[in-house]
Design a protein around this ligand. Structure first.
Ligand code: FAD
Ligand code: NAD
Length: 589
């Protein structure tokens, strides 16, 4: 079930919004769970896991693993007949040390659990090494470049700046150094708290048993644990027909290294990654102007759905298009699939064949300098040994219930086995992965906990930023029709906010979707300066079940951007007699 804008963005490309027929046969991961990952489409994963040869080819069949004679002393705690051991090496073993695994590990030691984490590559996973962290470093630079290059803006502030420039390698180093720093922080935090970091590729041998070692099938070490969390994350999803060479046809894994800033790049997919990289490329891109004053394009979006940014609230999406797309050197093709993309070779440019998303008729062929494939992410779950616990994956995602308990092929929870983060596909965001991990630890230490995914915020770090929590307006209206309640919408503008105007950044709105009968907050969407920071008042309110009639009495410092949200809650028209608990309980997804 897609429960929020963030969720619909996260799984949309790889799972639900794109007709499956476009992704059959060649790309094995998302829709043919039993087949191995096609490494050609996995960008840096091949390099990242060098040392373990290939991802699934080398995973031995379960029967082979079981027949290994393993001499590890750790085996003393395994019972001879293959059934669950009576005592365990650890209370908790986590497979995958990304942000999800890290969040779970830290919370587990806080709760007094003896904890180990198994990592097959580098600590920090996607977010730290190939995702949130380096991308935000690039966006920090693009934001400053954009501001410094905006003469009108500078003049309005009374500032004079000589031509702004940048050193590409310096920017790339900033991103890489930040990733290294955060990775070290994560590693040190786990070591300091006594989490055992076990190096190797983990797989499940059966209830309570995990093997870790090389991917080449040689016998690994076995550890036992009372509870096991799978937190193996995701890799870039590349539709079939698209050939990634890592130089001219790239995924985010490559783009984050900023080895080049192409003059003209096609970005396939206008979700989070596409949008954030369009911000980077248009701020760092060339300023070529030819003799007839024709400004060259820097970015061409290719989007399968009918509008750009299909995962956002439509009204916010329209405003974002007016500010983030139209005035920049960006054009776009919507309602088309990129079916074949061929890297540049022998002086020929990258070619992109487009077909109409509905009729499947050929539509156009583009020739560009480079193409970034930003069509979603695929779960990284091959070779995990899930068959040993009778689990069938769903397009590669590990099926879980609302408590992140892994479900077997009959739909029943597998005792003591959980899956968090991108690998379960509920909400492909770093903080969601971590929150799910904490939720699991709460449960295994005796406190039942269901995470309300509708309270998890999401943000796109463009300039200005976009943020959201809860339902979009169409989602809220659909729910209201089904459940029979009224929906109201309130809006405030950044144009009326003193702090935003002082910064000369008055472009933006905040939108509240709510129930006028009881004051329940259904969704909040913000487009404007520091939207990513502003969303938390709303997400905390949803998480705690706070109603508008209560939160509107809260006091905000003046002058701050937070007053945009204060105004938003104050402008909502909740019925005078609204009282009592929020009528509809938070929905866990
Ligand atoms: C370009 C980009 C930008 C992003 N920006 C943001 C952002 O700004 N905010 C945000 O919230 N999210 C962002 N995301 C999404 C975020 O990175 C992911 O949601 C998050 O990393 C998921 O965390 P995870 O712990 O589930 O998986 P991962 O971070 O992918 O970690 C999984 C780990 O498991 C390891 N592993 C896999 N299989 C095995 C195995 N069998 N044995 C041992 N180890 C294994 C992997 O090596 C990896 O280290 C971004 C993603 C990308 C690609
Ligand atoms: N700031 C953040 O929080 C942040 C930043 C980057 C990435 N992420 C996470 O990473 C994940 C992946 O991001 P993403 O942008 O790749 O995915 P996405 O799901 O956000 O967007 C993918 C887009 O590609 C389109 N698409 C798919 N196949 C296509 C094709 N063949 N031709 C044309 N268009 C096609 C889809 O319609 C969709 O709009 C997301 O789930 C997101 O949660 C988060």
């Amino acid at each position: 079930m897609q429960s929020s804008a963030a969720l619909s963005l996260s799984q949309s490309a790889a799972a639900s919004t794109i007709p499956k027929s476009n992704y059959t046969v060649n790309h094995s991961l998302p829709f043919s769970p039993s087949k191995p990952i096609n490494l050609r489409f996995c960008g840096l994963r091949r390099e990242a896991f060098s040392g373990f040869s290939s991802l699934s080819r080398s995973r031995p069949p379960q029967s082979k693993i079981r027949s290994h004679k393993i001499n590890s002393p750790i085996l003393a705690s395994l019972s001879d007949n293959g059934s669950a051991p009576k005592s365990f090496d650890y209370d908790l073993v986590i497979i995958g040390a990304g942000v999800g695994g890290h969040g779970a590990a830290l919370h587990a030691v806080e709760k007094g659990l003896k904890t180990a984490i198994i990592e097959g590559d580098v600590i920090g996973g996607t977010c730290v090494n190939r995702g949130c962290v380096p991308s935000k470093a690039l966006l920090a630079v693009s934001g400053r470049m954009r501001e410094l290059q905006n003469e009108h803006h500078m003049k309005a502030l009374g500032l004079q700046v000589a031509a702004a420039g940048y050193d590409r390698q310096g920017v790339a180093d900033h991103a890489n150094n930040l990733a290294t720093k955060i990775r070290n922080n994560l590693t040190n935090s786990m070591k300091a708290l006594g989490v055992d970091i076990l190096t190797g590729v983990g797989s499940i041998l059966g209830p309570h048993k995990v093997q870790y070692g090389k991917r080449d099938g040689s016998p690994g070490n076995i550890v036992t644990a009372k509870d096991i969390i799978i937190a193996t994350g995701s890799v870039p999803f590349v539709p079939k027909g698209i050939e990634v060479d890592g130089k001219t046809v790239i995924t985010s894994d490559h783009a984050l290294k900023l080895e080049t800033v192409p003059d003209w790049i096609a970005i396939v997919g206008s979700g989070y990654i596409g949008l954030e990289f369009s911000d980077v490329y248009t701020a760092l891109g060339s300023e070529i102007i030819d003799v007839i004053d024709w400004v060259y394009l820097q970015v061409t979006f290719i989007e399968a759905l009918d509008q750009l940014m299909p995962g956002f609230d439509p009204e916010i999406g329209k405003l974002a298009q007016r500010v983030l797309i139209n005035p920049r050197k960006i054009d776009y093709h919507t309602g088309v699939f990129a079916t074949k993309i061929t890297p540049a070779k022998n002086g020929k440019p990258v070619t992109i064949e487009l077909i109409d998303a509905k009729t499947k008729e050929p539509k156009d062929t583009l020739e560009v300098d480079a193409a970034l494939i930003a069509t979603g992410r695929a779960p990284f779950t091959d070779g995990l040994g899930l068959d040993s616990v009778h689990v069938e994956r769903n397009r590669g995602f590990v099926p879980v219930d609302e408590r992140m308990r892994v479900l077997d092929f009959k739909g029943d929870p597998v005792p003591h086995l959980y899956c968090i983060g991108d690998a379960n596909g509920k909400m492909m965001l770093a903080h969601a992965a971590s929150a799910q991990g904490i939720s699991v630890v709460e449960q295994i230490t005796g406190r039942d906990h269901v995470l309300n995914h509708l309270s998890i915020p999401a943000a796109c770090f463009t300039h200005p930023e976009i943020s959201m929590v809860g339902l979009t307006e169409p989602q809220a209206r659909e729910k209201a029709d089904k459940e029979g309640f009224e929906v109201s919408v309130a809006k405030t503008s950044f144009k009326a906010n003193t702090k935003a105007l002082a910064e000369n950044e008055g472009e933006g709105i905040a939108k509240l979707i709510y129930r006028p009968d009881n004051g329940e907050i259904l969704g909040v969407h913000i487009f404007g300066l520091h939207a990513a920071d502003l969303i938390h008042e709303a997400s905390n309110a949803i998480a705690l079940g706070t109603r508008i009639q209560d939160i509107k009495l809260a006091v905000h410092a003046h002058p701050t951007l937070s007053e945009v949200i204060d105004e938003l809650f104050k402008s909502a028209k909740v019925k005078a007699n609204a009282s009592g608990p929020v009528a509809s309980e938070p929905v866990a997804v």
